[in-house]
Ligand binder design. Structure first.
Ligand code: CUK
Ligand code: CUA
Length: 766
């Protein structure tokens, strides 16, 4: 098929597509319900979750990716997965861990005591807040296994920073943010000597410690400042989940714990296992911490340094009155501050009770120094009676609590019952229950851990799926279930399989609050968020060679890589710096070199680099890995690695094909015809109110740019024709045509968009 005919076919396909979209199915809704065995309730649930094509979700969810070390992003109510964000684990589609810039970020977290850790056990994502409300700027997530916190910028959903915890060997209950995101909390989990030294288990009580780290976040720079961060030394209890106070409790943090028995197992030593000794007592301790005062004490020089990190010793915290303990029922889990900041709920996994602690009562007890005793480390204990507002029996295995937009309404997950309990935490009474499938861990209501929850939907993050999905072998996906909480009764709407690790927690935000970029400013290093020193403008591309080193400063644009030929010698180190020159939305180019561990994702405006060692002579094609345009497959080039002793033979091979005036004239005629087609599309677009559609305005800008390139190449071909070099003239005329195709592609997309979105005729200009 000739290329002009291809274009005509493209035009025809577009109008055919419109026809198909307009035709309706002959079956009635009742027919479909009958055929698929759907009840009225099912259809109602479907109607509540279905997003017709082009309709966007009201909320966006950021779920931990569990053992995948990533973050999973999906929409609510449709439950459509939108993105996986590479965090602690390389992710090739995004080039994460494959380009030099992101490798530097990954390395901040992966190089641990001479080992390279390429996975993470992500548990709790946290969205940044302003005055206790989600502001959509940053996302933080922790790794339980290798204590670390990552910072993700929500302008481009990329990981920007990873900080390793300098004193912990294990953690769990972070990340959670203070109401203005000046601190991020990261409590320890399994006690160990702080700083990573060895000590025998026999010295558990003396040498092993728990801790909680408060990472200082600099909002202006969007980065954690390790030097301004600090930790509190805590007893060797297993600190668990944390939350920051807000409103009246702002300045305080709450950390639940288990295994305050400080039992060390040792089945092989003839001792009962950890699980027996760690749940022997009837209660553990909620840690109540005045973190604002702790920050002041650190500033005043009261901390000691462990691995260069500020640690407030327990005796200082006790003497300064910034740390107290309160009993919490058997094997507790969760510590969730209510939206108004007045209460904290903690559940007992092995107790059917959820306890509502009153911040006011706690403060009164602290002020009156009304303590029931001290623990073995001298930390004062407030009795449960003096701190509890209410206790509610919600069901078996209560874990986590989230809040509704309605006052006093909370939702608590019941692991053993496989249910969600809706209850009134002011009165301590159950309002409703719904079964989930199965064994729910966390649950999450829309912005349900902020000071302004949005209600509407709740997600159950179930641990087991069992029979909910078609079987895919012994390892099942996770099951996130969407529940409608807008009415008095909860309604289960949707099951979503998540096949990427076991997410523990998720957070959500109104989609409208996110201010994401569709492109980077020209030449951006997305990981530092600054202009890359390696960015080049079109026409400035170059290859720099030094002994042992080849450095390529190139560009990417539909549909070619500049340069297309790179020569190197065996043993050279080669760095490609590539800038995507596109401004059009979604015009990402990839870059891969055959048989090398390189894949870049270069989004419009981005500059990314890849460094490889040419350790073996040979011919290595490189190419674009994103299907970016009709001639994507032609977006290619050659890396030629010459052997050390290579001598050019001087024999010049023949070029594949030589063109003359006849081919040139035919090409020019075809291009002129194509231009007529383009002009008719442009004529249509400008005859309607396209300026009222921002998406179309962007497309028109892009198409205009492509036509500009077409014009430049037309001139080049004419110059060669004038000199009688018809071979070169023909090839530049081909390139002129390529830009016409790109312009036509975008123009047709714009035309279809306008037709489908009710564009109206406007008065002819002038
Ligand atoms: S934990 Cu997994 S169910 Cu890591 Cu927040 Cu509670
Ligand atoms: Cu660029 Cu394919």
């Amino acid at each position: 098929m000739t290329k002009t005919r291809k274009l005509a076919t493209l035009l025809a396909t577009v109008s055919f597509g419109a026809l198909v979209a307009g035709s309706a199915s002959a079956e009635s809704l009742q027919d479909v319900m009958k055929r698929r065995g759907l009840t009225d309730n099912d259809v109602m649930a479907a109607a509540k979750t279905y997003n017709p094509t082009g309709k966007l979700d009201e909320f966006m969810v950021f779920s931990s990716g569990g053992q995948s070390g990533q973050v999973i992003v999906y929409g609510v109510p449709s439950m459509r997965i939108l993105k996986y964000i590479g965090v602690f684990t390389p992710e090739p589609w995004q080039g994460y861990g494959f380009d030099d810039e992101s490798k530097a970020v990954l390395k901040q977290g992966s190089e641990v005591q001479g080992r390279t850790i390429l996975w993470g056990d992500t548990h709790h994502p946290a969205l940044s807040e302003t005055n206790g409300e989600s502001d959509g700027q940053w996302l933080f997530i922790n790794d339980k296994n290798t204590p670390r916190i990552a910072v993700i910028d929500l302008r481009d959903f990329e990981t920007k920073q990873i900080v390793q915890n300098p004193i912990l060997q294990s953690e769990h209950g972070g990340a959670f943010v203070s109401p203005n995101t000046d601190y991020i909390v990261e409590p320890a989990q399994y006690a160990a000597p702080l700083g990573g030294e060895f000590a025998p288990l026999e010295q558990f009580n003396e040498k092993y410690r728990g801790a909680v780290t408060f990472w200082k976040f600099n909002r202006e720079h969007g980065r954690i400042e390790p030097e301004n961060s600090f930790s509190l030394e805590l007893p060797p209890y297993s600190q668990d989940l944390a939350d920051f106070g807000k409103g009246p409790s702002d300045g305080w943090a709450f950390v639940n714990s288990f295994c305050t028995e400080r039992y060390v197992g040792g089945i092989e030593r003839g001792r009962p296992p950890f699980e027996a000794g760690c749940s022997a007592k009837d209660s553990d301790f909620l840690h109540v911490i005045n973190w604002k005062k702790a920050a002041e004490l650190v500033k005043a020089g009261k901390a000691k340094k462990i691995n260069g990190h500020n640690v407030l010793p327990m005796d200082v915290s006790v003497a300064e009155g910034i740390l107290v303990l309160i009993p919490e029922p058997k094997s507790p889990h969760g510590a969730d501050v209510t939206p108004d900041g007045k209460f904290i709920t903690v559940s007992g996994k092995l107790d059917s009770h959820t306890t509502v602690y009153s911040h006011e009562k706690i403060q009164a007890a602290i002020a009156a120094k009304k303590f029931s005793g001290k623990d073995e480390y001298g930390i004062p204990i407030i009795s449960l009676d003096d701190a509890a507002h209410k206790q509610a029996a919600l069901g078996l295995g209560p874990l986590h609590t989230q809040y509704d937009s309605k006052p006093c309404v909370a939702y608590t997950s019941l692991y053993v019952d496989s249910m969600v309990a809706k209850w009134d935490y002011c009165e301590g009474k159950v309002l409703d229950k719904v079964s989930v499938h199965y064994n729910i861990g966390h649950l999450m209501a829309m912005e349900g851990d902020t000071s302004k929850p949005k209600g509407k939907y709740l997600i159950a993050l179930n641990k087991l799926a069992i029979d909910r999905f078609a079987q895919v072998g012994p390892l099942h996906p996770q099951n996130h279930q969407l529940i409608d909480i807008s009415g008095d009764k909860m309604q289960l709407l949707y099951d979503m399989p998540l096949p990427l690790g076991e997410p523990h927690y998720a957070v959500s935000i109104e989609t409208g609050k996110l201010k994401t970029n569709v492109r980077y400013p020209f030449g951006t290093d997305s990981r530092t968020e600054k202009k890359s020193p390696f960015a080049v403008r079109p026409g400035q591309e170059r290859i720099e060679k030094k002994p042992g080193k080849v450095e390529v400063f190139g560009t990417l644009i539909r549909s070619h890589i500049t340069p297309e030929i790179v020569e190197a010698n065996e043993g050279d180190e080669i760095t490609f710096h590539l800038t995507n020159l596109e401004r059009a939305q979604d015009e990402t180019h990839g870059f891969a070199v055959s048989k090398h561990n390189v894949n870049l994702s270069v989004e419009p405006g981005k500059t990314a680099s890849a460094t490889i060692k040419a350790n073996k002579a040979g011919v290595y094609p490189y190419y674009c890995t994103e299907f970016c345009s009709a001639l994507h497959l032609e977006m290619e080039g050659y890396l030629l690695v010459q052997p050390a002793n290579y001598k050019a033979t001087g024999v010049k091979g023949k070029e594949g094909q030589v063109y003359g005036q006849k081919e040139y004239d035919a090409r020019v005629k075809a291009n002129t015809d194509t231009q007529a087609v383009i002009n008719s599309v442009v004529g249509y677009i400008t005859s309607v109110n396209f300026k009222d559609f921002p998406a179309v305005v962007a497309m028109v800008e892009d198409a205009t740019e492509q036509l500009g390139y077409a014009e430049q190449n037309k001139k080049k071909s004419e110059e060669f024709a004038a000199k009688g070099d018809y071979n070169a003239a023909f090839l530049w005329a081909e390139q002129w045509f390529q830009y016409q195709v790109k312009a036509a592609d975008i123009g047709l997309r714009a035309k279809t968009f306008l037709e489908q979105n009710g564009a109206k005729k406007v008065e002819a200009a002038k």
